[in-house]
Design a protein around this ligand. Structure first.
Ligand SMILES: Nc1ncnc2c1ncn2[C@@H]1O[C@H](COP(=O)(O)OP(=O)(O)OP(=O)(O)O)[C@@H](O)[C@H]1O
Length: 332
């Protein structure tokens, strides 16, 4: 368990992390999300005692990092894959870490094998590709067989097989009861990996919730119906009290109704359906919606230099976008 309490970090006048409080629980993968510059790396660095907080605290299983006598046995981290000594071999990089934490030499071979670097163990790490460096960083995090693991952008530079491997590794480590805390900008990957999310923007906590609840609360979900008899279907829906939004190609969108009830309704009226599907926003869409007001760095299209600033959080679909019977026709 990691407990972050009112953690604050100022760099001069810049408040990078602002009164942040949350807990990272064991047995699940907790994703750490935020736009560029939100304060994720700074928070992770303070969790590992690599930066001093301006105020607030971080507890690792009830203790401050400095109180852990052999920290790698409690918490392993991949923060900066390039932090390894480039002139040393992968094996020697890990051996130095192992020796300073009284970890048996045999564990070095074990973790090199786990991350798939056994064949290049004796090669200098400065010749490693981005993906190999990332694997070496992961090996160093696993070295002490810790109960808590933190990964900052772990899939950076990994090929699809590597991404699949790290996803399964994190899930397997969580299922063993370990605490897994991971940041990533790759939303599709995060959606497949994390059970719980901590979302920050401009150093402040925006959400601390399950993946399912986050998507549900920050996006619109509706049922999509496509029918060659769509005009009749629309009238039937209206008669039965549903609000159907018409979109191109005879597609109807209905908020607040299940696929089961709409399918049965169509059957009762002997209407042909070519599509009956539940539409739910992706994590990426929900994330963009939630963080719209706290993105610091915006790209501006050259063709549209006077683009409107982003809407504040929650303003993207209008106030009542998720109210039952909404006639808002925008897709999620
Ligand atoms: N050593 C430093 N000195 C001054 N400002 C810093 C320093 N480190 C970070 N910052 C600032 O603090 C803010 C948070 O940075 P941080 O790297 O923690 O964000 P992040 O969420 O990890 O971003 P990214 O997703 O781009 O990696 C940024 O505005 C950054 O410029």
């Amino acid at each position: 368990m990691i407990e972050v309490e009112r953690l604050t970090k100022r760099f001069g006048r810049k408040v990078a992390v602002d009164q942040l409080s949350f807990q990272v629980r064991p047995g699940i993968v907790t994703g750490f999300l935020g736009p560029n510059g939100a304060g994720k790396s700074t928070t992770m660095r303070m969790m590992l005692d690599l930066d001093n907080p301006t105020s607030g605290s971080v507890r690792i299983d009830g203790r401050h990092y400095r109180e852990l006598s052999e920290p790698l046995k409690y918490i392993g981290a991949l923060l900066d894959a390039k932090a390894m000594h480039g002139g040393r071999s992968a094996y020697n990089n890990l051996l130095c870490l192992a020796q300073s934490n009284r970890i048996p030499r045999g564990r070095v071979d074990e973790v090199l094998d786990m991350v798939g670097l056994a064949a290049v163990a004796k090669k200098k790490s400065k010749g490693f590709s981005l993906g190999m460096g990332q694997r070496l960083g992961i090996a160093s995090a696993l070295l002490g067989d810790p109960e808590i693991l933190m990964f900052d952008e772990p899939v950076n530079g990994l090929d699809p097989e590597g991404i699949h491997w790290i996803r399964n590794l994190m899930k397997a480590l969580a299922s063993e009861g370990r605490t897994i805390f991971v940041s990533s900008h790759l939303m599709s990957e995060m959606a497949l990996t994390a059970d719980h999310l901590i979302v920050i923007g401009q150093g402040r906590l925006l959400a601390d919730t399950s993946m399912a609840a986050f998507i549900q609360e920050n996006s619109r979900s509706y049922t999509r119906l496509r029918s060659p008899q769509w005009e009749r279907l629309r009238d039937v829906l209206h008669q039965e009290g549903y609000t159907a939004v018409e979109t191109a190609g005879g597609v109807l969108e209905i908020d607040g109704a299940s696929t089961e009830e709409l399918g049965e309704l169509a059957a009762r009226h002997q209407l042909v359906l070519h599509e009956l599907s539940s539409q739910r926003a992706s994590l990426e869409e929900a994330f963009m919606q939630m963080t719209a007001g706290s993105v610091e760095y915006h790209a501006h299209s050259e063709r549209d230099p006077g683009a409107e600033p982003p809407p504040p959080p929650g303003a993207g679909w209008g106030e009542n976008w998720n109210a039952p019977g909404s006639t808002d026709g925008k897709g999620a």
